[in-house]
Design a protein around this ligand. Structure first.
Ligand code: G6P
Length: 604
């Protein structure tokens, strides 16, 4: 949520900042801005409501000279999207200029105190208060920017990642983090500050991830890392394994379409990296996941948000929880109740809050995470990585199927260790799981029927998605995908619930997407479809190849190859993602950057 970039080196900062912001635009895109320290020692700010293309247009005839600068792309929290509320923000004199991601919870209190001292503000943001707070600490006697920043941050409650420029210290950047992601890219005589490694991989793969309450002082010659009290800290540089191409569209019209088509490869990579093909052991990072621990578990709670919540729900044998609710309910946790945190970004604030509650209570935390070195990955006791590669489209696709695949691999392993599955059943299931990427490839090979259905339903105002059992989460996810990117009102229901209320909305041409592949709930789904048909609803069935009966009771049928019922959510996800995609495309939506959403949600 919000993207931060900073640059110090020998190159023109403006070009690097704009390039970095474009790569981070998926984190927020309602306004953006940059500030560059010019060779004559003045900070020049340019900011604009709307997309980065607006800012670029504004800067077309104006180049901000300078080799140190900061940039920001915003997802509004305090104050609506506008030129004034866009970052960077400055203090009264414009000498301190900063960008921030996160939320300052006590900003009102701080703002009032500063107002009494004569400060006046130009925006509605909490970030501007931070710039004035740094200025106030200079007034209180701080001698340097790092000292003033440290003192200011000690007065702040909430989450932040920030990067600051100061006219009086023209050879340095100061950056700090608490609760929102921030990293330093280490180049040759140049440094890059960013919210996400994706923005800096064209320049360097050497990265230092900051922890909470850590600050960096960066010059062209090096950097120092300290804590809020000024004590020096050790720095460990990691190598980013993602390639620059993985974060590019690679000829596809959108990132989302590319990511949908990457699913077979993402799943193959994920499965071969979580299970050792020779020993069948799980490849866990962090602390070892011992057989003793797994045998002692009485319960597993899954916490996650959005699409990751639906991935968790596919594992209905355990208890899935909205991370935003779990953390405040303070459920009874103990060392025998494992908390499984699922997150693509590894930064989602509510999921992070939940694992902190779990750890406090002594519960073991297993993370299923896509982004290495992310906060949740670092704070989990054990981590199983999905190898989906960078996911840039705001609506999650390949991360979702990779999360489900990892959950299956973990469940099978757990069942084997606990003696709850025979060797034969384990092997048969595992064989079929490993074959899923091939099945998905077959679905992706012919998207024409899905496009045709999209053409017939795209103008509906509302629609339902129905599923049962393993495919109830598929219904929720199908509905979420469509509403996220096409803005059609879509509701997912457990099909049996239809008759208790939702059926009141069914009338002629009302689209109902019914996930009705072969399995234990097939006949019940058929009954639900008949109920919709009797009221003239427009039925689009996702069905198993060769199912002739379903054609007689549906208006449209999209078929998928048969797989065992437990694995069907992986396969059924594909037509649902593509349906949402093509509906949104016909409706002319901005698919990679849907209205009001952001990829990484680092606020509550
Ligand atoms: C946001 C994204 C969703 C994502 C959810 C959880 O809402 O738009 O696509 O599923 O956050 O994100 P996580 O990174 O924790 O999987």
């Amino acid at each position: 949520m919000c993207g931060i970039v900073g640059y110090i080196g020998a190159r023109e900062a403006q070009d690097i900042l704009i390039d970095g912001l474009k790569r981070l635009e998926y984190r927020g895109y309602d306004s953006c801005g940059i500030a560059v320290l010019s060779p004559d020692g003045q900070i020049i700010v340019s900011k604009k409501e709307g997309r980065i293309s607006n800012l670029e247009a504004e800067l077309r005839d104006e180049h901000l000279p300078g080799t140190i600068g900061i940039g920001h792309t915003r997802w509004a929290t305090h104050g609506k999207p506008s030129d004034e509320n866009a970052h960077p923000h400055g203090d009264s004199s414009g000498a301190t200029v900063l960008i921030q991601n996160g939320t300052v919870e006590n900003y009102n209190e701080l703002k009032e105190a500063l107002r009494l001292k004569g400060h006046s503000f130009l925006s509605e943001t909490d970030t501007e208060v931070l710039a004035h707070l740094v200025e106030d600490e200079f007034d209180n006697g701080a001698a340097t920017l790092i000292e003033a920043t440290r003192a200011a941050l000690k007065r702040v409650r909430g989450a932040y990642a920030l990067c600051i420029l100061h006219e009086k210290e023209p050879d340095r950047l100061v950056a700090a983090r608490s609760g929102a992601p921030l990293l330093l890219g280490v180049g040759d005589g140049e440094y890059f500050v960013s919210s996400d490694a994706a923005s800096i991989i064209p320049y360097t793969r050497r990265v230092l991830y900051l922890n909470d309450e850590e600050l960096l002082e960066i010059t062209r010659d090096g950097f120092t890392k300290t804590n809020l009290d000024g004590a020096p800290l050790e720095s460990t540089i990691s190598e980013v394994t993602w390639s620059a191409e993985e974060a590019e569209k690679g000829g596809y019209e959108t990132f989302m379409l590319k990511e949908i088509f990457e699913q077979p490869a993402a799943l193959r990579r994920t499965l071969s990296s979580v299970i050792d093909p020779k020993t069948g052991e799980l490849c866990v990072e962090g602390k070892p996941l011992t057989a003793e621990l797994l045998r002692s578990l009485t319960d597993i709670s899954i916490v996650s948000c959005g699409t990751a919540l639906h991935a968790g729900m596919v594992g209905t044998y355990v208890h899935t929880d909205w991370a935003s609710e779990f953390r405040y309910r303070r459920p009874k946790l103990n060392p025998r109740r494992m908390v499984l945190a699922i997150s693509q970004s590894g930064e989602t604030y509510d999921t992070l809050g939940s694992i902190r509650v779990a750890k406090e209570a002594g519960a073991p935390v297993l993370g299923i995470i896509n982004v290495r070195e992310s906060t949740i990955a670092r704070e989990s006791d054990h981590v199983l990585y999905t190898q989906a590669g960078p996911e840039i489209g705001v609506a999650s696709t390949k991360a979702y199927t990779s999360q489900i695949a990892v959950m299956y691999a973990f469940t099978l392993y757990l069942a084997r260790v606990r003696g709850e599955i025979s060797d034969d059943d384990y092997e048969a299931f595992m064989r079929e799981l490993l074959a899923v990427p091939d099945v998905i490839e077959r679905v992706l090979a012919d998207v024409e029927p899905i496009k045709q259905v999209a053409e017939r339903v795209y103008d509906a105002r509302s629609s339902f998605y129905l599923g049962r059992g393993f495919n109830f989460p598929s219904a929720l996810e199908g509905a979420l995908k469509n509403k996220e990117i096409s803005y059609m009102h879509c509701e997912g229901y457990a099909a049996g619930e239809m008759k208790h209320g939702p059926i009141a909305l069914i009338q002629a041409r009302f689209p109902v997407f019914a996930i009705c592949t072969k399995g234990s709930t097939y006949e019940k789904m058929v009954t639900n479809i008949e109920q919709v048909g009797a009221r003239n609803g427009y039925i689009v069935a996702i069905a198993t190849e060769g199912d002739d009966h379903i054609k007689t009771i549906s208006d449209e049928v999209i078929t998928v190859p048969e797989v065992r019922e437990e694995l069907s959510p992986l396969v059924n996800a594909i037509p649902l993602q593509l349906l949402a995609y093509y509906i949104a495309r016909i409706r002319g939506c901005d698919i990679d950057k849907p209205r009001n959403l952001a990829k990484s949600v680092t606020v509550e």
